[in-house]
Design a binder for this molecule. Structure first.
Ligand code: INI
Length: 174
C-alpha cells in the first residue's frame, strides 16, 4: 500500500473505464488551471480515457455544487471532481464562498450518491494557493481526482457485494 500526501492509497486507484466529470471554477484562473492540469494528468496516469473525462467551467467556487448536482442528476459520471481557489484577500466574502462550496459539494455527494473529490483551495494568499497547485505542497487537484476515483471504486465494490456479485469484497462474517 502506498499512501500519498493526499491520503490516497495509490494501489486502489484504478480509473480504467471510469467516467469522471471535473467541475472547475474560473475565479483565480491561474490557480484553477493548474489544479485542472494536475487532475487530468493524475486521471490519465491511473488509466482514465480522455474521452471519459468531461470538464465543466463555472464562474466561481460558489457555482461548483450546482453544476456538480446537474452532472450527478444526469447520471453521466461515476466520480465528480470539484476544483477552485478561494483566496481570503481582504474580503469576508471568502468565508461565505468557501463554506458554500464545501457544504454544497458534500451535500451533492451524499444526496446523489456520487463521490465528489473536493479540490477547492482555501488560502490567505495567492502564493499559498500556487504552492498547492503544482508547487512545493503538491497538487490538490490531483489529490482530489484520485480521492474521488478511489471512493467510486470502493462504492462499486460495496454495492456489488450487497448484490452478492462474485469478486466483490465481502464483509467478514461472525
Ligand atoms: N470565487 C472563487 O472561486 N474564489 C474566490 O476567492 C472568490 N472570492 O474571493 O470572491 C470567489 N467569488 C465568486 C463566487 O464564487 C461566485 O462566483 C460569485 O459570488 C457569483 O455567484
Amino acid at each position: 500500500m502506498k499512501v500519498g500526501d493526499g491520503g490516497v492509497d495509490d494501489s486502489r486507484v484504478d480509473a480504467t473505464g471510469m467516467r469522471v466529470a471535473i467541475v472547475v471554477a474560473r475565479f483565480n484562473e491561474v490557480v484553477s488551471q493548474r489544479l485542472l492540469s494536475g487532475a487530468l494528468d493524475a486521471l490519465i496516469r491511473h488509466g482514465a480515457a480522455e474521452e471519459d473525462i468531461a470538464v465543466h467551467w463555472v464562474p466561481g467556487s460558489f457555482e461548483l455544487p450546482f453544476v456538480a448536482q446537474e452532472v450527478a442528476i444526469s447520471g453521466g459520471a461515476d466520480a465528480i471532481v470539484c476544483l477552485g481557489a478561494v483566496i481570503r484577500g481582504e474580503t469576508t466574502h471568502y468565508d461565505l464562498v468557501a463554506d458554500g462550496a464545501a457544504r454544497g459539494v458534500a451535500r451533492v455527494s451524499l444526496e446523489h450518491r456520487v463521490p465528489c473529490g473536493f479540490g477547492v483551495l482555501t488560502t490567505e494568499t495567492l502564493e499559498q494557493a500556487m504552492e498547492r497547485a503544482g508547487g512545493k505542497h503538491g497538487n490538490k487537484g490531483a489529490d482530489a481526482a484520485l480521492a474521488a476515483v478511489e471512493t467510486a471504486r470502493l462504492a462499486r465494490e460495496i454495492r456489488g457485494a450487497a448484490r452478492g456479485e462474485p469478486g466483490a469484497s465481502q464483509a467478514p462474517s461472525g
